[in-house]
Design a protein around this ligand. Structure first.
Ligand code: COA
Length: 150
């Protein structure tokens, strides 16, 4: 779908932590669970860790001076993302995943993967659209996309 919003995708930097925290403060308990597989409010320390890199690479989505999306991929290829509730269904989640796949290819990862819940239609839809193999059981969905790491 065409995206009219002037959004900017870039690697997260340390200075972004407060805006990442603001993004997380707008999320429902369910959204937080889907992102972290646990129910908890993000702390300042955790927001700082997300933007700090190290064992992971984080992409943020900017709209004006706000951060409205975030996606993180770890060295084992697992990734997770979130989009601000007011800006969903505009293709931002799909674009974040496409860009995380590009990061994984540059880093020569052998595959990328995600875990989610069976009722997370948007995430499963993104996975199917982008060619992931989706394995569903009653309490979890696993998405895997093999990359060429040789
Ligand atoms: N009902 C029906 N379809 C929906 C939908 C809804 N509520 N929300 C999204 N979709 C569809 C879109 O139409 C699109 O399909 P299409 O390309 O066939 O039109 C697909 O799902 C992806 O939509 P997109 O706009 O790219 O994603 P998004 O920006 O809305 O973000 C999530 C998707 C999953 C990141 C967002 O819903 C979110 O932040 N959820 C909470 C956290 C989460 O679940 N993270 C994933 C952890 S792995």
């Amino acid at each position: 779908m065409s995206l009219e919003l002037q959004v900017n995708y870039r690697k997260a930097e340390e200075k972004d932590w407060k805006k990442v925290l603001e993004l997380y403060n707008c999320l429902s308990a369910e959204d937080l669970y889907l992102r972290f597989f646990s129910y908890h409010k993000l702390s300042e320390e955790e927001a700082k860790k997300i933007v700090s890199g190290g064992d992971h690479y984080t992409i943020i989505v900017e709209l004006g001076d706000k951060i409205i999306g975030e996606g993180t991929i770890y060295t084992d290829g697992e990734f997770a993302l979130v989009v601000h509730p007011d800006y969903r269904r505009l293709g931002i989640g799909t674009e974040i995943v496409k860009r995380l796949i590009e990061v994984a290819k540059e880093k020569k990862f052998c595959g990328v993967k995600f875990y989610t819940l069976p009722d997370n239609y948007p995430m499963i839809r993104i996975g199917k659209k982008l060619g992931f193999t989706i394995t569903e059981d009653s309490d979890e969905v696993f998405g895997y996309l093999k990359l060429n790491c040789n």
